[in-house]
Every structure is written in structure tokens, then in C-alpha cells.
Design a protein. Sequence first.
Length: 192
Amino acid sequence: MQGQHKAGYKDGSLVCVAGDSTFLHACVPAIVNAVYNNAKGLFFVMDNSWTAMTGHQPNPVTGVNAMGEEAKVICLEDVAKACGVEFLKVVDPYDLKGAEQVLKEALKSDKFAVVISRGVCTLQAQRFKKWTAKRMVFDKDKCTGCKNCVALGCSAVTFNAEEKKAGIDSILCVGCGLCAQVCPVKAIRVEE
């Protein structure tokens, strides 16, 4: 990011994305360099407290070490502050409006910004019985086929091209409620 900033990149905002594990094992030197060189940009950290991309192994923010023993949790905010980051916010990924507001603020900042999106990995939470899935209700008659829910990239959201209607595969759905937040016509809702 800092290289593109210093090279004069002007075709939009500079944004980097990494997970919590990658943040700790590969990104700290880049953050130090970005702060040190006054780079402007956003580093978006997706913190689900597991190394999800390679199989949900623990990492230094999990609270469990590689042997399954309780371990000290390394606080990503403390690491970012120690690197000199001044614009630092934590958002809830299950609150889309709140997270969007903070991201817009970070993109407008004249400082290097770090936004940590911290939320439980629902697959892990279900495995450890720490997540109660919400039951999502889909009203096919209300669906306009706008595909906002499809754009989330959730494997449980389906789309029937012939009918031009979305749907939810209840077997794949973890009940996070994000699809209901993006549906402009309230065709998807959380069951009360």
C-alpha cells in the first residue's frame, strides 16, 4: 500500500485486506512502514479469531495454542497502536450499517487507518455450541430479484435465474442475519 501511495496512485482509495492470523504473521512490518512513511490508506482486518483460510487452526488471537491449551490472547488493537496507528476502530461485521459508516470515515481519513472487523466465526461457534443460529424466513412473493443478498457471497443464498428470485438453503444457512439487513424489500427476515 505505501508503495502505491508514494508512487502517486490516484484511481481510488488504497485498501488492504487480511485476516487476523495473516495480520500477525505477515502484515506488522507493512503497517510499521505505512505509518512511518505517512501512507494514506485503509487496512481492513477480518478478525474471526481463527486461521480460517487453512482449516480453522488457532492463532495468537484465539486464546488456545496449537496444542489445544489455553493461551494468552494477543490484542490486535494493541499491536496496531504499538506500530503507531492513530486511526483505529473495531466494527461488528454483523452490523452492516455501523461497519459501513466506520469504513467510510476511515477512507476519508488523512492518516493510515486500521479497521478491525471482529466477529465470531459462525462455523466454529456452532462447533463449540456458542452460537444460536437465527432462523431466516424468506418470502418469495416479496422478492424482486435485485440480488443484493446474492452479492453477499453467502453459500446459503441461492438465485433461480428462471424465476428471477433469490432463496435461502436452510441446510447451509448459519443464521447470521446479514441477508435480511441488505434486502431492500424485506423479503428476508429473522424469525421472531
